[in-house]
Ligand binder design. Structure first.
Ligand code: NAP
Ligand code: MG
Length: 405
């Protein structure tokens, strides 16, 4: 086939990763990207051995490059624990790369499923994707907590800049001791979160809901509600009206009920803990983790695309033993298409955007045509299914893609 490769004006930041997703990463590049695009990539190897060699500097460098160029695509990476320290003989238990990158970009994570006919959500009314936006800063994830002995008094003390103190009793413990925890968030981060959410809603032309527990938490959660409303009214109400989309706030209990009864097709913005839990619930209800994409959006519009799942360790160990794997590459592939489309948008590169769309279509059509990996084959309702291995799935997509170019 003769095909004039698509040029790329500005580099796309590439963050390589670990284990099975690293294997898939290379296959996607070799089979589905490099033959058609004159790839202009700024490569950072975030694989655990290289993070360890560089004292994790490579993670920081990759995040700064993302700030510079505006778009990145990231492979799943290992977050080390005690067992990984041993396995990789690490110098230190490096922090989660996603946490480091998020802290530098100050972004919000949006997770959305990819739908295909024959892969039916557990909730039959869901016809369109539900995107979850998680405020990935503060609250219980930055808490201070302690166990408390019987008879102790737990207090909150806030020391003002002038030295005066505001003191409130949280609980006077009696014969039973217990537990105590302090949490915080900062207005600036909540404001960034709100703006990222509203921008993403405008970008994707979807309604956005925000929920919290403001009826119980009259200061803390209420602050989130107020900040969202103020920013919406002053900066976004008009743009939303023009785009024909809607913002509304509702209590988290009500949001859960509405989500379950909905058709999908909206963004649900959640506080940190709610987003953590609800995104797992939504991902599971839509089907496979292998079909869940994730994008980190900074308030200035910088984007980092990835799959929501991890490095699929169990499959990697099989692969290392020379056994055949059938790992779903869809979310990783959509991380690439998302990033290439965004790069195309920023550079005014229509061919690149068009290519991203065709590659996505070819992927979904391959599954709808009955060719899929094991995770999907186990849940598909199609009458005829051909379960294929990791590589053959990508080859089937390639065949469809070529018929579209
Ligand atoms: P995982 O890699 O998401 O895999 C958990 C299980 O989900 C797999 O064993 C597999 O089930 C299934 N699965 C996930 N993705 C799949 C895919 N693409 N195709 C088919 N099946 C898929 O989570 P984990 O095992 O808890 O974590 C492994 C490593 O990933 C850890 O070191 C963790 O730190 C890292 N991690 C990284 C990120 C990130 O970089 N964003 C996120 C989460 C975890 P079966 O084994 O039943 O087939
Ligand atoms: Mg979770």
């Amino acid at each position: 086939m003769s095909f004039e490769k698509i040029p790329m004006k500005t580099p796309l930041v590439e963050m390589d990763g670990d284990e099975m997703t690293r294997v898939i990463w290379q296959m996607i590049k070799d089979l589905l990207l490099a033959p058609y695009i004159d790839l202009n990539l700024e490569y950072y190897d975030l694989g655990l051995p290289h993070r360890d060699e560089t004292g994790d500097q490579v993670t920081v460098d990759s995040a700064n490059a993302t700030k510079k160029y505006g778009v990145a695509v990231k492979c799943a990476t290992i977050t080390p624990n005690a067992q990984r320290m041993e396995e990789y003989k690490l110098h230190e238990m490096w922090k989660s790369p996603n946490g480091t990158i998020r802290a530098i970009l100050d972004g919000t994570v949006f997770r959305a499923p990819i739908l295909a006919k024959g892969i039916t959500p557990y909730i039959p009314s869901w016809k369109k994707p539900i995107t979850i936006a998680r405020h990935a800063f503060g609250d219980i994830y930055k808490n201070t907590e302690t166990t408390v002995p019987p008879g102790a008094k737990a207090e909150i003390v806030v020391t003002l800049p002038d030295g005066t103190q505001q003191r409130q009793t949280v609980h006077q413990f009696g014969e039973s001791g217990g537990v105590f925890q302090g949490q915080f968030n900062v207005d600036e981060s909540i404001e960034s979160f709100a703006r990222s959410c509203f921008n993403f809603a405008l970008d994707t032309r979807q309604d956005i809901w925000f929920s919290s527990k403001d009826t119980i938490s009259k200061k803390y959660d209420h602050r989130f509600k107020d900040i969202f409303q103020e920013i919406y009214d002053s900066e976004y109400a008009k743009k939303f009206a023009e785009a024909g989309i809607e913002y509304f706030y509702t209590l988290i209990d009500d949001a859960v009920a509405r989500v379950v009864r909905s058709e999908g097709g909206f963004i649900w913005a959640c506080k940190n803990y709610d987003g953590d839990v609800m995104s797992d619930m939504v991902a599971t209800a839509f089907g496979s983790l292998g079909m869940m994409t994730s994008v980190l959006v900074a308030p200035d519009g910088t984007c980092e695309y990835e799959a929501a799942h991890g490095t699929v360790t169990r499959h990697y160990y099989k692969h290392l033993k020379g056994e055949e794997t059938s790992t779903n590459s869809v979310a990783t592939l959509f991380a690439w298409t998302g990033a290439l489309r965004k790069r195309g948008q920023l550079d005014g590169n229509g061919r690149l955007m068009d290519f991203a769309g065709k590659l996505e279509e070819a992927t979904v059509e391959t599954i709808e045509g009955g060719i899929m990996t094991g995770d999907l084959a186990a849940m598909s309702t199609l009458p005829e299914i051909k379960k294929v291995n990791t590589r053959d799935f990508l080859m089937a997509i390639k065949e469809r893609l070529e018929s579209k170019l």
